[in-house]
Write a protein that binds this ligand. Structure first.
Ligand code: SD4
Length: 328
C-alpha cells in the first residue's frame, strides 16, 4: 500500500539529480517578496513529488529549445500519466471503491484559457483531453460520460487503465474497506506542474486519479480551476496536492496567486494559503501542499506536514526541494 518512495540521495544521484535540499537552501527558492533588482530565472519548471523529476525533464526538452510553457506543461505531466508504475496518475492509478479508475485533470495557459476534465474513465492522458477542451470548445470543463465521448470523438483511444497491481491493491483494500488516509501515504500523489518559458509566459497542468478507493463519482480539487491549479500571467501560478476537499474549500491555488499579487513571495503565499486551511478548517490530520512560481521565476512551496517535496529544473539546476511545513 505504501506508495511514497522516499528516494535517498544515491537514487537521486542515479536519476541525475544534482542535489536535494530544503527550501531555505535553494538560491532560486526565494523567501522574500521580489525586488526590482532580483535576478530573473527562466525558463524554469517546478512540479510536485518525486515523479516531478521525470515530468520536468520532459518539460525542459521543450522549454530549453524556446518552446511554449503550455506545451511543456502538457507534455511534462503526460510522462507521469503514461507510467503504469505510478499509482496516483493516469494508467495504473488506484481505482475508486467499486474498481473504476476515474481521472481528473486541468490545464491553464498564459492567456487565462483553461480546460478541464473530471470523472473521466478509460483514457490514459486526461491532460491532453483537457487541452482539447481548452483549444477546441467554448467550454472549460467536461465531465464523465460526456468527457469520454468528446475524447473518443477526438481520436483518443479507449483502454483499460486498471493494471494488475492496482487491482491487487484494490482487492486487498476491499477486505477491510476502511478509508483512513495516512499523512503523505494517503494513496494520492497528484502531479501539478508549473512552467515559465523563455518569453516569460506561465502555464500550468494538474492531473490525478484522485483519492484511492474514493466513492464512485467523487471529484477532488485537481480538475477545478482555482482549486488544483491557477495561473495569472501577470503574477504567477500555483498548484496543489493532497486532500482535495480541503483545497476546494479555500480555492487554494487561486488564493496563492492572489496573495502573490498582494506582494507575497511564492513561498510566503503558499504558507499563508496552507495557514488559511489550518485556521478555517480547524483540523490538520491530513496533508496538503502548494507549489508556486512568480513572473521572475522565483518559486516556493509549503505544506501541513513534513514529507512533501517538489522538483525544480532550470538552466543549471535540477533539484528535489523539501517543502517547509506547518507541523514540524
Ligand atoms: C485529490 N488533490 O483528488 C487530489 C489528490 C492529490 O496528491 O493531490 N494527491 O484530492
Amino acid at each position: 500500500m505504501k506508495r511514497r518512495k522516499f528516494i535517498n540521495q544515491s537514487i537521486l544521484a542515479s536519476l541525475g539529480v544534482f542535489s536535494s535540499c530544503n527550501a531555505a537552501e535553494s538560491s532560486e527558492h526565494q523567501n522574500k517578496a521580489s525586488t526590482p533588482a532580483e535576478k530573473i530565472i527562466r525558463p524554469l519548471v517546478i512540479s510536485t513529488w518525486e515523479h516531478g523529476l521525470q515530468a520536468n525533464d520532459r518539460a525542459w526538452e521543450i522549454l530549453s529549445k524556446g518552446g511554449k510553457a503550455i506545451d511543456a506543461v502538457e507534455q511534462g505531466v503526460r510522462i507521469v500519466e503514461d507510467d503504469p508504475e505510478i499509482t496516483s496518475v493516469g494508467i495504473g492509478g488506484f481505482p475508486d471503491r467499486d474498481g473504476n479508475v476515474t481521472l481528473d485533470a486541468c490545464i491553464m495557459d498564459e492567456k487565462g484559457n483553461c480546460g478541464s476534465v473530471s470523472f473521466l474513465q478509460h483514457i490514459k492522458n486526461p491532460i491532453s483531453v483537457a487541452r482539447k477542451v481548452m483549444d477546441e470548445t467554448p467550454h472549460v470543463m467536461l465531465s464523465g460520460e460526456g468527457a469520454l465521448q468528446f475524447a473518443l470523438a477526438n481520436g483518443f483511444k479507449k483502454e483499460n487503465l486498471l493494471t494488475a497491481n492496482a487491482k491487487k491493491e484494490w482487492e486487498a483494500w476491499k477486505k477491510e474497506a476502511k478509508y483512513k488516509p495516512i499523512i503523505n501515504i494517503e494513496n494520492h500523489d497528484t502531479i501539478g506542474l508549473l512552467a515559465i518559458d523563455k518569453k516569460g509566459d506561465i502555464s500550468g497542468a494538474c492531473t490525478t486519479s484522485g483519492l484511492a478507493f474514493k466513492l464512485h463519482g467523487r471529484v477532488g480539487d485537481s480538475p477545478v480551476i482555482g482549486a488544483g491549479l491557477f495561473v495569472d500571467n501577470e503574477i504567477g501560478g500555483a498548484t496543489a496536492t493532497g486532500m482535495g476537499e480541503a483545497v476546494l474549500k479555500t480555492l487554494g491555488s487561486f488564493l496563492v496567486v492572489e496573495l502573490m499579487r498582494q506582494g507575497l513571495s511564492p513561498q510566503e503565499a503558499c504558507k499563508e494559503a496552507v495557514m488559511r486551511v489550518v485556521r478555517k478548517q480547524k483540523y490538520k490530520d491530513f496533508q496538503i501542499g502548494f507549489i508556486a512560481l512568480n513572473k521572475k521565476g522565483a518559486s516556493g512551496a509549503f505544506c501541513i506536514h513534513p514529507g512533501f517535496n517538489f522538483a525544480l529544473k532550470s538552466e543549471n539546476r535540477k533539484l528535489m526541494i523539501d517543502a517547509e511545513s506547518y507541523v514540524s
